[in-house]
Ligand binder design. Structure first.
Ligand SMILES: Cc1cc2nc3c(=O)[nH]c(=O)nc-3n(C[C@H](O)[C@H](O)[C@H](O)COP(=O)(O)O)c2cc1C
Length: 211
C-alpha cells in the first residue's frame, strides 16, 4: 500500500471559519478518493491564523520561527496540497499570500495543488482564476482544473449543497489523479544538501590527479 501525505492550508480568519469548513471537506473527499484507489493517507491541516505572527516575523527577518519552519516543511514535503483562502477585496487574503511568499519559490514545483475559496458573494468566484491560479503558476505547481468556490448560499447548516458537493468530489478526483502519477514524496528538499561533488568544489574534475 502506497503512503501519501496531503497538506491542507486554510487562510480563514474567523472562528468558526467557512474557509476551514471547505478545506476540511476537500481534504476528506481527496483522502477518501486516494484510499479507494489503495493508498494510505496522512492528512496535515494547517490553520494559517495560528502562524500569522510567525509569517510576518519571517517576512521581516528572513527566518522562519521553529513552529512555522515545521509547517513549511510539512507543506513543501507533501504529495499534494489543498490551498483554501477567503476572498478579500476580490483576491486571496493577505495571510494566504504572505505564507506562500515566505516559501522558497522552487519548493512547490510540479506539486499537485487543489485551490479553493470562500466569499461573501458568488460574483467573486473567478478570483480563483485571476488571482490564486496565477500565483501557483508562478510557483510552477500543477493546479487541478476544477477550482472550488463556496458562497454563503452553497451551504445549509454547515453542509455543502448538491452542486458544491459535486464540485468538491470532481476536484478531489482530479487531485488524486495527479498525486497517483507521481512517486511518493520524500519530504522537503534540504536547502543545505551537498549537490556538488567535493572535488569539483575544489576546482578539480574527476580526472584530476589526487595527491
Ligand atoms: C476585509 C474583508 C474583505 C472582503 N472582501 C470580499 C470580497 O471582495 N468578495 C467576497 O466575495 N467576499 C469578501 N469578503 C467576505 C469573506 O470572503 C467571506 O466572509 C469569507 O467566507 C470569510 O471566510 P472565513 O469564515 O473563513 O473567515 C471580505 C471579508 C473581509 C473581512
Amino acid at each position: 500500500m502506497t503512503r501519501r501525505t496531503l497538506a491542507v492550508v486554510s487562510a480563514g480568519l474567523s472562528q468558526p471559519s467557512s474557509t476551514r469548513l471547505l478545506a476540511d471537506q476537500l481534504a476528506a473527499a481527496t483522502r477518501d478518493e486516494l484510499v479507494r484507489r489503495g493508498s494510505e493517507v496522512e492528512l496535515h491541516v494547517v490553520d494559517l491564523r495560528e502562524y500569522a505572527h510567525d509569517v510576518v516575523n519571517n517576512m521581516l527577518t528572513g527566518f522562519a520561527p521553529a513552529a512555522l519552519r515545521e509547517v513549511i516543511d510539512t507543506v513543501t514535503g507533501a504529495d499534494g496540497l489543498i490551498a483554501v483562502t477567503p476572498i478579500f477585496s476580490a483576491s486571496y487574503n493577505g495571510l494566504f499570500k504572505s505564507f506562500f511568499d515566505v516559501l522558497d519559490s522552487e519548493s512547490l514545483v510540479d506539486r499537485p495543488v487543489l485551490i479553493g475559496a470562500t466569499g461573501g458573494t458568488a460574483r467573486h468566484s473567478l478570483a480563483l482564476e485571476h488571482a490564486v491560479r496565477p500565483m501557483f503558476a508562478y510557483l510552477r505547481s500543477v493546479v487541478v482544473p476544477t477550482a472550488v468556490f463556496a458562497a454563503p448560499e452553497d451551504w445549509s447548516d454547515g453542509t455543502a449543497d448538491g452542486a458544491l458537493r459535486a464540485r468538491i468530489r470532481r476536484s478531489a478526483g482530479e487531485l488524486a489523479d495527479q498525486i497517483e502519477r507521481r512517486p511518493p514524496a520524500t519530504g522537503p528538499a534540504d536547502p543545505f544538501a551537498l549537490t556538488t561533488d567535493f572535488l569539483q568544489m575544489l576546482g578539480r574534475g574527476d580526472d584530476a590527479p589526487v595527491s
